[in-house]
Design a protein around this ligand. Structure first.
Ligand SMILES: Nc1ncnc2c1ncn2[C@@H]1O[C@H](COP(=O)(O)OP(=O)(O)O)[C@@H](O)[C@H]1O
Ligand SMILES: [Mg+2]
Length: 223
């Protein structure tokens, strides 16, 4: 077991009435699972992902990560937990424009104690994994959207996370590039045994999941 979600709920309080974004959700994720989460816009997908990362506080239930309760953990613990175990991939690649592809990949190691040489070596291995070894010194604006997402995926892997959280990673890509990115994620899941939890509204992308969760109005309607 890597993640256990027990009866979680999340309501956002706005002036007027609250929004129940997650409504009594429970599931388990095992090491090496590739979980896809689908659902209409507003069904709670991003809220679920942010809750699992400890980036927002749930209002009910429990979240366990490798038998540690993270839903009531303090900020210091959560920040260490994210650094150590979690890699993020977003729809908008969030690369730093004035850093090269290689520097972007190394960025999460900025405060790490390992040597510069070791950092470069790690980043080079990952840039090869994502098939962009001939783009090391390119800046994000000199890369296509699909290539930028590959760099973002390599960056998410640099801390050797056990879990990748991806929110609509193919949302900005056309269908053939989406297929490339999905195959890359599948390869990472198979070869590096990284557990992946991916939110998508693409039924095609969702098919890559070994477990599929479908949300509607904050509830799981199929699992
Ligand atoms: N920060 C917030 N404050 C208030 N309501 C929010 C906030 N974030 C999301 N919501 C509401 O929670 C529901 C679920 O949103 P979200 O998790 O972003 O859905 P999805 O990612 O599936 O589109 C929506 O009704 C949305 O309007
Ligand atoms: Mg969303």
């Amino acid at each position: 077991m890597i993640i256990k979600v027990k009866n979680i709920s999340k309501s956002y309080q706005k002036t007027g009435r609250g929004v129940l974004a997650l409504d009594d959700i429970s599931f388990e994720i095992n090491e090496g699972d590739f979980v896809t989460i689908t659902g209409q816009s507003g069904s709670g997908k991003t809220t679920l992902l942010l809750s699992l990362a400890g980036l927002i506080k749930i209002t009910g239930g429990q979240i366990h990560f490798n038998n540690f309760r993270i839903d009531n953990a303090n900020d210091k613990y959560l920040s260490d937990f994210r650094k150590k175990y979690v890699g993020f991939v977003m729809q908008s690649f969030a690369l730093i424009p004035y850093l090269t592809a290689l520097e972007n990949i190394m960025l999460p190691l900025a405060i790490s104690k390992i040597s510069k040489k070791e950092k470069i070596k790690k980043a080079n291995t990952l840039i090869e994994l994502v098939g962009l070894e001939d783009r090391i010194y390119h800046f994000p604006r000199e890369l296509s959207a699909g290539q930028q997402q590959r760099i973002a995926i390599a960056r998410a892997l640099i801390n050797e996370p056990s879990l990748i959280l991806a929110d609509e990673p193919t949302g900005n890509l056309d269908p053939s590039l989406s297929t490339d990115i999905m195959n890359l994620l599948k390869k990472i899941n198979n070869e590096k045994h990284v557990t992946i939890l991916m939110v998508t509204h693409s039924p095609v992308a969702a098919e890559y999941g070994s477990k599929k969760i479908h949300l509607h109005d904050g509830k799981i309607i199929s699992y």
